[in-house]
Design a protein around this ligand. Sequence first.
Ligand SMILES: [Fe+2]
Length: 291
Amino acid sequence: MREFDEKSITRAVIERLSECGDARFKSVMSSLVTHLHDFVREVQLTEAEWATAIQFLTDVGKTCTDQRQEFILLSDTLGVSVLVITLNHPADQGSAESTVLGPFYWEGAPDLPRGSNLAVGVKGEPTFYSGRVLSVDGRPLENALLDIWSGDGEGNYDMQIPGETGMKARGRIRTDGEGRYWFSSIRPTFYAVPTDGPVGRMLRKMGRHPYRPGHIHMIVSAAGYLPVTTHLFIAGSDYLDTDAVFGVKESLVAQFDRHAPGVGPGGERMDTPFYTVNYDFRLRPAAASGA
Ligand SMILES: [Fe+2]
Protein backbone atom coordinates (compact mmCIF):
# COMPACT_ATOMS: atom_id res chain seq x y z
CA MET A 1 0.00 0.00 0.00
CA ARG A 2 1.23 3.45 -0.86
CA GLU A 3 0.22 6.58 0.92
CA PHE A 4 0.44 9.91 -0.76
CA ASP A 5 1.23 13.30 0.60
CA GLU A 6 0.22 16.58 -0.98
CA LYS A 7 3.18 16.46 -3.36
CA SER A 8 3.55 12.77 -4.20
CA ILE A 9 -0.13 12.42 -5.19
CA THR A 10 0.57 14.31 -8.41
CA ARG A 11 3.38 12.01 -9.47
CA ALA A 12 1.28 8.97 -8.57
CA VAL A 13 -1.61 10.01 -10.80
CA ILE A 14 0.69 10.73 -13.72
CA GLU A 15 2.42 7.36 -13.27
CA ARG A 16 -0.96 5.67 -13.81
CA LEU A 17 -0.75 6.91 -17.39
CA SER A 18 2.29 4.78 -18.09
CA GLU A 19 0.25 2.24 -20.11
CA CYS A 20 -1.55 4.90 -22.14
CA GLY A 21 -0.95 4.19 -25.82
CA ASP A 22 -1.92 7.63 -27.11
CA ALA A 23 1.12 9.88 -26.76
CA ARG A 24 -0.76 13.15 -27.26
CA PHE A 25 -3.53 12.20 -24.83
CA LYS A 26 -0.94 11.08 -22.29
CA SER A 27 0.90 14.38 -22.59
CA VAL A 28 -2.26 16.49 -22.32
CA MET A 29 -3.61 14.54 -19.33
CA SER A 30 -0.27 14.61 -17.50
CA SER A 31 -0.14 18.38 -17.92
CA LEU A 32 -3.79 18.75 -16.89
CA VAL A 33 -3.21 16.76 -13.69
CA THR A 34 -0.05 18.75 -12.91
CA HIS A 35 -1.78 22.13 -13.35
CA LEU A 36 -4.95 21.02 -11.59
CA HIS A 37 -3.06 19.78 -8.56
CA ASP A 38 -0.86 22.89 -8.52
CA PHE A 39 -4.03 24.99 -8.60
CA VAL A 40 -5.57 23.11 -5.66
CA ARG A 41 -2.35 23.49 -3.66
CA GLU A 42 -1.92 27.15 -4.60
CA VAL A 43 -5.40 28.25 -3.48
CA GLN A 44 -5.48 25.71 -0.62
CA LEU A 45 -8.92 24.63 -1.84
CA THR A 46 -11.38 23.91 0.97
CA GLU A 47 -13.83 20.99 0.87
CA ALA A 48 -16.74 23.43 0.69
CA GLU A 49 -15.17 25.18 -2.32
CA TRP A 50 -14.52 21.83 -3.98
CA ALA A 51 -18.19 20.88 -3.50
CA THR A 52 -19.28 24.27 -4.89
CA ALA A 53 -17.12 23.73 -7.96
CA ILE A 54 -18.55 20.25 -8.53
CA GLN A 55 -22.10 21.60 -8.20
CA PHE A 56 -21.27 24.46 -10.57
CA LEU A 57 -19.93 22.14 -13.29
CA THR A 58 -22.95 19.87 -12.78
CA ASP A 59 -25.23 22.88 -13.29
CA VAL A 60 -23.31 23.91 -16.41
CA GLY A 61 -23.88 20.46 -17.87
CA LYS A 62 -27.57 20.41 -16.97
CA THR A 63 -28.07 23.82 -18.59
CA CYS A 64 -26.88 22.54 -21.97
CA THR A 65 -29.57 21.72 -24.53
CA ASP A 66 -29.72 21.38 -28.32
CA GLN A 67 -30.17 25.15 -28.42
CA ARG A 68 -27.78 26.20 -25.68
CA GLN A 69 -24.16 25.30 -24.92
CA GLU A 70 -23.30 26.54 -21.43
CA PHE A 71 -19.84 24.91 -21.48
CA ILE A 72 -18.87 26.96 -24.55
CA LEU A 73 -20.18 30.04 -22.76
CA LEU A 74 -18.02 29.13 -19.77
CA SER A 75 -15.00 28.68 -22.05
CA ASP A 76 -15.79 31.97 -23.81
CA THR A 77 -16.19 34.01 -20.62
CA LEU A 78 -12.97 32.61 -19.14
CA GLY A 79 -11.04 33.56 -22.28
CA VAL A 80 -10.21 29.95 -23.14
CA SER A 81 -12.03 30.01 -26.51
CA VAL A 82 -10.11 33.05 -27.75
CA LEU A 83 -6.86 31.58 -26.45
CA VAL A 84 -7.41 28.35 -28.40
CA ILE A 85 -8.37 30.31 -31.53
CA THR A 86 -5.36 32.60 -31.25
CA LEU A 87 -3.01 29.62 -30.90
CA ASN A 88 -4.54 27.74 -33.83
CA HIS A 89 -5.29 30.57 -36.25
CA PRO A 90 -2.43 33.03 -36.28
CA ALA A 91 -3.30 35.89 -38.64
CA ASP A 92 -0.06 35.95 -40.53
CA GLN A 93 0.55 37.25 -44.05
CA GLY A 94 -2.18 39.85 -43.43
CA SER A 95 -5.03 37.33 -43.41
CA ALA A 96 -8.32 38.14 -41.70
CA GLU A 97 -8.20 37.46 -37.97
CA SER A 98 -10.37 34.80 -36.36
CA THR A 99 -12.55 35.16 -33.32
CA VAL A 100 -15.06 33.09 -31.39
CA LEU A 101 -17.76 31.07 -33.15
CA GLY A 102 -20.14 31.81 -30.29
CA PRO A 103 -23.21 29.81 -29.33
CA PHE A 104 -25.63 31.06 -32.01
CA TYR A 105 -24.27 29.50 -35.21
CA TRP A 106 -26.96 27.49 -36.97
CA GLU A 107 -25.74 25.23 -39.74
CA GLY A 108 -27.70 25.20 -42.96
CA ALA A 109 -28.46 28.87 -43.56
CA PRO A 110 -30.02 29.43 -47.00
CA ASP A 111 -27.86 30.08 -50.07
CA LEU A 112 -28.91 33.50 -51.32
CA PRO A 113 -28.02 35.55 -54.39
CA ARG A 114 -25.63 38.46 -53.95
CA GLY A 115 -27.54 41.57 -52.96
CA SER A 116 -30.16 39.68 -50.96
CA ASN A 117 -31.64 41.08 -47.79
CA LEU A 118 -30.83 38.57 -45.04
CA ALA A 119 -33.01 40.34 -42.53
CA VAL A 120 -36.52 40.47 -44.02
CA GLY A 121 -38.85 41.09 -41.09
CA VAL A 122 -35.99 41.54 -38.63
CA LYS A 123 -35.96 44.51 -36.28
CA GLY A 124 -33.09 46.93 -36.81
CA GLU A 125 -31.61 49.67 -38.95
CA PRO A 126 -30.97 48.60 -42.56
CA THR A 127 -27.34 48.14 -43.47
CA PHE A 128 -25.64 47.43 -46.78
CA TYR A 129 -22.57 45.22 -46.46
CA SER A 130 -20.01 44.91 -49.25
CA GLY A 131 -16.38 44.08 -49.86
CA ARG A 132 -14.14 41.48 -51.39
CA VAL A 133 -12.62 38.14 -50.50
CA LEU A 134 -8.98 38.05 -51.56
CA SER A 135 -5.95 35.85 -51.17
CA VAL A 136 -3.25 37.29 -48.94
CA ASP A 137 -1.34 38.33 -52.08
CA GLY A 138 -4.34 40.35 -53.25
CA ARG A 139 -5.90 38.07 -55.85
CA PRO A 140 -9.72 38.12 -55.89
CA LEU A 141 -11.29 34.79 -54.91
CA GLU A 142 -14.28 33.86 -57.03
CA ASN A 143 -17.06 31.78 -55.51
CA ALA A 144 -15.76 32.28 -51.97
CA LEU A 145 -18.50 31.62 -49.41
CA LEU A 146 -19.62 33.93 -46.62
CA ASP A 147 -21.80 32.14 -44.08
CA ILE A 148 -23.35 35.06 -42.21
CA TRP A 149 -25.40 35.40 -39.03
CA SER A 150 -26.26 38.06 -36.49
CA GLY A 151 -28.70 39.09 -33.85
CA ASP A 152 -31.27 41.77 -34.58
CA GLY A 153 -31.20 45.48 -33.85
CA GLU A 154 -32.35 44.77 -30.30
CA GLY A 155 -29.62 42.23 -29.55
CA ASN A 156 -31.64 39.02 -29.97
CA TYR A 157 -30.77 36.05 -32.17
CA ASP A 158 -33.62 34.22 -33.89
CA MET A 159 -33.22 31.18 -31.63
CA GLN A 160 -33.67 33.40 -28.56
CA ILE A 161 -36.95 34.94 -29.66
CA PRO A 162 -40.00 33.17 -28.14
CA GLY A 163 -42.21 31.74 -30.87
CA GLU A 164 -39.61 32.25 -33.60
CA THR A 165 -38.89 28.87 -35.17
CA GLY A 166 -37.22 29.79 -38.47
CA MET A 167 -33.86 31.30 -39.37
CA LYS A 168 -33.61 35.09 -39.34
CA ALA A 169 -30.66 37.34 -40.23
CA ARG A 170 -28.78 34.35 -41.62
CA GLY A 171 -27.63 33.46 -45.11
CA ARG A 172 -24.84 32.25 -47.34
CA ILE A 173 -23.53 34.55 -50.06
CA ARG A 174 -20.87 33.77 -52.68
CA THR A 175 -18.43 36.17 -54.31
CA ASP A 176 -18.48 37.08 -57.99
CA GLY A 177 -15.60 36.77 -60.48
CA GLU A 178 -13.87 39.77 -58.95
CA GLY A 179 -14.13 38.43 -55.41
CA ARG A 180 -16.90 40.88 -54.52
CA TYR A 181 -19.78 40.27 -52.15
CA TRP A 182 -22.69 42.43 -51.21
CA PHE A 183 -25.85 41.91 -49.22
CA SER A 184 -28.08 43.79 -46.84
CA SER A 185 -29.12 43.05 -43.29
CA ILE A 186 -29.49 45.12 -40.16
CA ARG A 187 -26.95 46.83 -37.94
CA PRO A 188 -26.62 44.53 -34.92
CA THR A 189 -26.42 46.07 -31.49
CA PHE A 190 -24.64 45.02 -28.32
CA TYR A 191 -26.21 42.21 -26.33
CA ALA A 192 -25.78 40.23 -23.14
CA VAL A 193 -24.64 36.62 -23.21
CA PRO A 194 -27.19 34.38 -21.46
CA THR A 195 -27.14 35.22 -17.75
CA ASP A 196 -29.94 33.02 -16.42
CA GLY A 197 -27.68 30.01 -15.88
CA PRO A 198 -24.60 29.10 -13.86
CA VAL A 199 -22.23 31.15 -16.06
CA GLY A 200 -24.41 34.22 -15.39
CA ARG A 201 -24.11 33.52 -11.66
CA MET A 202 -20.35 33.25 -12.05
CA LEU A 203 -20.14 36.57 -13.91
CA ARG A 204 -22.19 38.35 -11.23
CA LYS A 205 -20.02 36.86 -8.49
CA MET A 206 -16.94 38.06 -10.39
CA GLY A 207 -18.41 41.56 -10.65
CA ARG A 208 -18.42 41.39 -14.46
CA HIS A 209 -20.95 42.61 -17.00
CA PRO A 210 -22.25 40.11 -19.58
CA TYR A 211 -22.23 42.30 -22.70
CA ARG A 212 -20.73 41.85 -26.13
CA PRO A 213 -20.25 44.82 -28.49
CA GLY A 214 -22.35 44.95 -31.69
CA HIS A 215 -21.07 42.54 -34.35
CA ILE A 216 -22.06 40.39 -37.29
CA HIS A 217 -20.67 36.86 -37.57
CA MET A 218 -19.16 35.32 -40.69
CA ILE A 219 -17.34 32.17 -41.67
CA VAL A 220 -15.43 33.03 -44.84
CA SER A 221 -14.12 30.15 -46.93
CA ALA A 222 -12.83 29.40 -50.42
CA ALA A 223 -11.53 26.24 -52.06
CA GLY A 224 -7.79 25.87 -51.42
CA TYR A 225 -7.74 28.46 -48.63
CA LEU A 226 -7.95 28.30 -44.85
CA PRO A 227 -11.43 29.29 -43.67
CA VAL A 228 -11.80 32.09 -41.14
CA THR A 229 -14.46 32.20 -38.42
CA THR A 230 -14.77 35.83 -37.54
CA HIS A 231 -16.92 38.90 -36.79
CA LEU A 232 -17.14 42.45 -38.00
CA PHE A 233 -17.46 44.68 -34.95
CA ILE A 234 -19.25 48.00 -35.22
CA ALA A 235 -16.89 50.92 -34.60
CA GLY A 236 -18.13 53.01 -31.70
CA SER A 237 -20.31 50.25 -30.23
CA ASP A 238 -20.61 50.03 -26.47
CA TYR A 239 -18.44 47.38 -24.83
CA LEU A 240 -15.79 47.25 -27.58
CA ASP A 241 -13.13 47.52 -24.88
CA THR A 242 -14.70 45.04 -22.45
CA ASP A 243 -16.27 42.27 -24.57
CA ALA A 244 -17.52 39.62 -22.11
CA VAL A 245 -15.88 36.89 -24.23
CA PHE A 246 -12.68 38.79 -25.13
CA GLY A 247 -13.36 38.40 -28.86
CA VAL A 248 -12.56 41.90 -30.15
CA LYS A 249 -9.56 42.40 -32.41
CA GLU A 250 -8.67 45.82 -33.72
CA SER A 251 -8.50 44.64 -37.34
CA LEU A 252 -12.12 43.42 -37.15
CA VAL A 253 -13.62 46.75 -36.10
CA ALA A 254 -15.39 48.21 -39.14
CA GLN A 255 -16.79 51.66 -39.81
CA PHE A 256 -20.57 51.66 -40.31
CA ASP A 257 -21.40 54.93 -42.14
CA ARG A 258 -24.84 56.42 -41.51
CA HIS A 259 -26.86 57.87 -44.39
CA ALA A 260 -30.04 59.96 -44.47
CA PRO A 261 -33.12 58.48 -46.18
CA GLY A 262 -32.70 58.50 -49.95
CA VAL A 263 -31.24 56.06 -52.42
CA GLY A 264 -29.36 52.95 -51.29
CA PRO A 265 -26.15 51.70 -52.94
CA GLY A 266 -28.14 49.37 -55.19
CA GLY A 267 -30.49 52.16 -56.31
CA GLU A 268 -33.22 51.11 -53.87
CA ARG A 269 -35.48 53.72 -52.27
CA MET A 270 -34.70 54.02 -48.54
CA ASP A 271 -37.39 55.67 -46.44
CA THR A 272 -35.37 55.47 -43.22
CA PRO A 273 -31.74 56.20 -42.36
CA PHE A 274 -29.43 53.38 -43.32
CA TYR A 275 -25.81 52.30 -42.95
CA THR A 276 -23.10 51.09 -45.29
CA VAL A 277 -19.99 49.13 -44.43
CA ASN A 278 -17.21 47.86 -46.67
CA TYR A 279 -14.71 45.22 -45.60
CA ASP A 280 -12.25 42.97 -47.41
CA PHE A 281 -11.35 39.53 -46.08
CA ARG A 282 -7.97 38.03 -46.95
CA LEU A 283 -7.44 34.28 -46.75
CA ARG A 284 -4.25 32.24 -46.52
CA PRO A 285 -3.69 29.37 -48.95
CA ALA A 286 -4.26 26.03 -47.23
CA ALA A 287 -0.99 24.61 -48.57
CA ALA A 288 1.11 27.38 -47.00
CA SER A 289 0.34 26.16 -43.48
CA GLY A 290 0.50 22.48 -44.32
CA ALA A 291 -3.28 22.14 -43.77
FE1 LIG B 1 -22.84 37.16 -31.64
